[in-house]
Write a new protein. Sequence first.
Length: 137
Amino acid sequence: MTSSRPYLIRAIYQWIVDNGMTPHLLAKASVDGCKVPARFIQENKIVLNIAPMAVGGLVLGDDAITFSARFNGVSESIHVPIKAVEAIYARENGQGMMYTEEDESVSETDYESSAADDEFDPDPDPDKPKPTLRVVK
């Protein structure tokens, strides 16, 4: 299956905007393809205000987030690969979602059912009649 990360980013972005808050993106600047102004990178990370009134041409795509914004009066084109996004949150209260590298890779054993799970009986009373369906006309 494809990554759920871009879908979650779009949903959290919309939720933040719908609640009148300012969405911010925390991104890892060292990820290949990340194009952000170097002078605003701190500890290999950058925080970007992606509020509708702060950016132009915002595209929350499946592979990257792109937009144009002004930094100290200079217009810049920003390109943040989805895998570089570490968090999207509201500036005012910090609510949002953080992402880790593990979000992308879930081992197959995480979802495998065991034999014990297959034998689980939610109704421990064997004498109780099982529910049935009937057609009512």
